[in-house]
Design a binder for this molecule. Structure first.
Ligand code: C2E
Ligand code: MG
Ligand code: MG
Ligand code: MG
Length: 288
């Protein structure tokens, strides 16, 4: 009997593995076609200046509307793109498209684009970014590339050279998801960043975890001393907003202020007077 049960369990396990592999394979194939078929989109999430309540920058976040499976989150398809060579053309597309869109924003608003760690080990990125800047006319200092500290997991000389080259072009560099890796302080020591984005897990717990509060506050003070800007990611409640402001974060990002939205809605938001931007500004200033 027990042998039989064990066998059944194994069969079930096997089936779900199989289904997962099938989906991954299907998405991988689909992703190849997605670029050509206009299934990929960029949404932009505004990030607000905590002193003025104005939009300081917008983060480009990729969206994939699959013809059969519907919307697929980047949390699922970006790793698939990373495990194939697809991440390179997809990133190239994203940077070009985002730079182009950012030219319609006010000059004071910067653009942030996520860059996969793998792309900091190959040589193509700086050239790809330069071509996007030239094609769009966007000033290099308005573009911020977000990388995670996992790029420093192996002390790869090439990664450092590429980061230096990106800085020489005049781009800004942001350290994304700060505090989730193994070597957060080490990353700050080995490379100069313009912005530190403190991971949303710190905001999630900040209300009932005093340790997270102390860490968030210390990171913001450390950053200030290094003349580095900070972003508090994942602010969902007024309580979290208050903490982020009290902790002295330079910039604020989260669903309570704005979700990621398509370019047309972003433009409307940047223009209108009585709008979400004004609402966000009110929320932010109400807490100062
Ligand atoms: P990330 O770079 O840390 O982006 C922030 C994520 O947090 C986004 O998820 C955003 O929608 C979400 N977020 C923002 N505010 C809140 C909030 O208040 N609460 C919660 N729960 N979430 C919030 P999204 O768009 O699903 O992207 C997930 C991740 O996928 C990104 O994390 C980034 O690592 C990756 N990604 C997205 N677009 C790209 C891209 O174009 N290229 C690369 N390489 N990675 C991308
Ligand atoms: Mg990011
Ligand atoms: Mg992040
Ligand atoms: Mg994140």
């Amino acid at each position: 009997r027990s042998k039989h049960a064990g066998r059944n369990r194994f069969t079930t396990f096997d089936w779900s593995m199989r289904a997962e592999q099938d989906r991954t394979y299907e998405l991988e194939t689909g992703l190849r076609a997605a670029l050509a078929n206009d299934e990929l989109q960029l949404h932009y999430q505004p990030i607000f200046d905590s002193a003025t309540g104005r939009i300081a920058m917008c983060e480009a976040l990729m969206r994939w509307n699959h013809p059969v499976h519907g919307p697929i989150s980047p949390g699922e398809f970006i790793p698939i793109a990373e495990s194939t060579a697809l991440i390179e053309p997809i990133t190239h597309w994203a940077v070009r498209k985002a730079c182009h869109d950012a030219m319609q924003w006010p000059d004071s608003v910067r653009l942030a684009v996520n860059i996969s760690p793998a792309l900091l080990k190959a040589d193509g990125l700086p050239r790809s970014v330069i071509s996007a800047l030239l094609a769009s006319g966007l000033a290099a200092r308005r573009l911020e590339l977000e990388v995670t500290e996992s790029i420093f997991l192996e002390d790869d000389r090439r990664t450092h050279l590429i980061l230096n080259e990106l800085r020489r072009i005049g781009l800004r560099l942001a350290l994304d998801d700060f505090g989730t890796g193994y070597s957060s302080l080490g990353s700050l020591r080995t490379h100069e960043f313009d912005t530190i984005k403190v991971d949303q897990s710190f905001m999630r717990d900040v209300a009932d975890n005093p340790r997270h509060r102390v860490i968030a506050q210390s990171v913001s003070q450390l950053a200030r001393a290094l003349y580095v800007e900070t972003v508090a990611e994942g602010i969902e409640t007024e309580e979290q907003l208050r903490y982020a402001q009290e902790a002295g974060f330079t910039n604020l990002q989260g669903f309570i202020l704005s979700r990621p939205i398509p370019q047309d809605r972003l433009l409307a938001l940047m223009e209108e007077r009585h709008n979400v931007q004004a609402e966000a500004a009110t929320l932010i200033q109400a807490r100062r």
